[in-house]
Design a binder for this molecule. Structure first.
Ligand SMILES: [Zn+2]
Length: 252
């Protein structure tokens, strides 16, 4: 098949894929939200699509839904251009995707997010869908705390200063974007934002008062030395971790 992305396939191609055992679909969710001065608002959506496509190739017999965006981004609304859905609208979108693909014959649904703000909602939706459709399988990716730990590990392995990979338009995300979609990166504008541990207090303050209560530029981390080659390594390590978290939960 020339693509695993459902929105780029024709219905006869999708029908043939289903007949050939492609019964697993990844539903990625991202965001359209500010990513500081260095990154375009589409960043989580770009990374989410690339991540889902890579995961589908690793898993085999798996197709990828159009990335759901916007996501849940209330804490970014202070900076212009960010979009955020009401939680019930976001849940409705995910559930409607599932209802459609279920009707077409998909049996396993992988709900992953490239945007931290969607994680807890996806956990709730996954549990609700599993209860509603006990004969289907619903799986989420790496839990958010594991991803945050992974960022810290990768930062150390790459010998980057502590706090570089703060999690938002940081060395990790900016490097990955330089690797995947450099046209969306403004390296001349890449400067350190909040550089410190993403402690529960910091995350609470960000979610309650908005990101500008923590970082005026909307950056968490330091993208100033971002690099495409390092971005490729970050992406591959993260993908391997996501793949390992998911593969054993599936039926194939
Ligand atoms: Zn992002």
């Amino acid at each position: 098949m020339s693509t695993l992305l459902l929105e780029e396939m024709t219905w006869p191609e999708i029908k043939t894929a289903l007949e050939n055992g492609y019964r697993t679909v990844i539903i990625p969710s991202g965001s359209i939200e500010q990513h500081g001065p260095p990154l375009a608002q589409i960043s989580d959506t770009t990374i989410g699509e690339a991540s889902a496509l890579d995961l589908a190739k690793r898993l085999g017999k798996t197709l990828v839904a159009p990335v759901i965006r916007p996501g849940l981004s209330d804490h970014h609304l202070a900076l212009p251009g960010s979009l955020s859905l009401r939680p019930q609208i976001f849940a409705g979108l995910v559930e409607d995707y599932i209802a459609c693909y279920k009707a077409h014959g998909f049996k396993q649904f992988i709900l992953i997010s490239s945007h931290g703000g969607n994680f807890s909602a996806l956990d709730d939706i996954t549990a609700k869908m599993q209860e509603k459709y006990p004969n289907l399988k619903f799986v989420t990716g790496l839990p958010l705390p594991d991803l945050i730990n992974l960022l810290a590990d990768m930062e150390r392995e790459e010998n980057m200063p502590a706090g570089s990979c703060g999690g938002h338009a940081c060395d990790y995300e900016t490097s990955v974007m330089l690797h995947l979609a450099p046209q969306h990166v403004r390296m001349a504008e890449a400067k350190a934002g909040y550089v410190g541990k993403p402690t529960p207090e910091i995350l609470d303050r960000m979610h309650q008062k908005g990101i500008t209560a923590v970082s005026a530029s909307g950056v968490l981390g330091d993208p100033g030395r971002a690099d495409a080659e390092r971005g490729k390594r970050y992406f591959e390590k993260e993908q391997e971790a996501i793949y390992r978290a998911i593969r054993n939960k599936l039926d194939h």
